[in-house]
Design a protein around this ligand. Sequence first.
Ligand code: SAH
Ligand code: F3S
Length: 441
Amino acid sequence: MRTVYIETYGCQMNVSDSELMFGVLGREGYVRTEDPAAADVLLVNTCAVRDHAEQRVLGRMGELKRYKRPGDVMGVVGCMAQRLGPKLLERVPQVDLVIGPDGYRALPELIARARDGQRAAEVTFKQWEHYEDVPPARDNPTSAFVTVQRGCDYRCTFCIVPMTRGPERSRKLADVVGEVARLAAGGTSEVTLLGQTVNSYHDGEHDFADLVRAVGAVDGIRRLRFTSPYPTDFTPRVLTAMAETPAVCEYVHLPVQSGSSRTLKRMLRRYDRQQYLDVVAALRGAVPGLALSTDIIVGFPGESEADFQETLSLVEQVAFDDAYTFKYSVREGTPAVKIKDHVPEELKTERIGRLIDVVRRVAKRKNMGLVGTTHEVLVEGPAKRGDLLQARTRTNKIALLEGPAGWIGTYRRVRFTGTTGSTFTAWPLEKEPEELVTAWR
Ligand code: SAH
Ligand code: F3S
């Protein structure tokens, strides 16, 4: 019996792609292992969005080397593999194979060749590739990622993704619905639809509004999420579909990148500050109680203090529930490299620090206001520390509660009893009447 170990970096689509690779290799009789020392095949699924992510992988390859016994195969897959291609084989001697996001079908063949001593790279884009016949090997029975769109046709000037994931294409709606129905029949009740600009989904016949309605109508699907949408692709049809589909969760991750219209223009984002705010208002109108998170880049070339101040004020104005913040990272081959006035590293560090302070303050204020409110949570597993359970609301808030392990994978009603500013402690409402009686006595 042969075993495979995959270490996954980067976004949720990489997590989903790793499940596909386990599927491809599962068909060949491979068994998954969590222990690199026990693996016959070691794969690192990589991210190329920032230089930092790539440096981490290179460091990690050095560490993983010691688990590679004679006859074992080591591979780099994913976005960094696509970006560097055969160059990775030259740079990292212990690497036997390099495969980009469209090449995972070639895994068994390239592994066999590596065993014969031939190192190889497979980095051609395949416009038709959706891995439709590959059953992904997922390990969470309750919640599933479902990729509905691959690649990206947008050209944000800072971003490497169009070069690592190739042109945009959507899966057929019927294929997506078929997969979700099979998942639901097996007990999955939460799905997250994935795409780089997921709400621009179009399979030639159906748009994202149709997809939301069709997936939301699958029997047993109680929570429907999607990530990441592009702000200007929330058409009135999509907003109405969200409003009319009960499974759609009251949470959207809506990358803004900057609060300055001048910077947004140079990023080639397709909206300005006001248009973004209009999208936020439209979403909140369609989905009452909506929680919002975002992605923000600081120190994009030419970003002035005034531009940065506009980002800070946007965070206050929208009152995001959370934000993922990044220092701009130069990506070779992207248009932003040629923009003048690159921001010095110290200034990026200083700005990201100030931004994180504002993000935390805004989130804390919102979360304090939620203490005492009641929510439906999905219990996801044991908490990282202590013997509590970790659960998630429809609005994507994390709550820790006391309860039996048997609650994992089930839905509960809870009341928030406190917050750290970002996560909550919660009390299961089943327990409440008894406690109230005790308190009253
Ligand atoms: N369309 C994808 C974006 C993938 S990249 C999505 O919406 O999920 C994820 C995030 O990384 C982006 O939203 C952006 O905030 C950040 N990012 C991308 N390129 C970057 C760069 N060159 N430097 C810093 N951050 C970057
Ligand atoms: Fe990147 Fe912009 Fe596409 S951030 S993934 S080019 S939408």
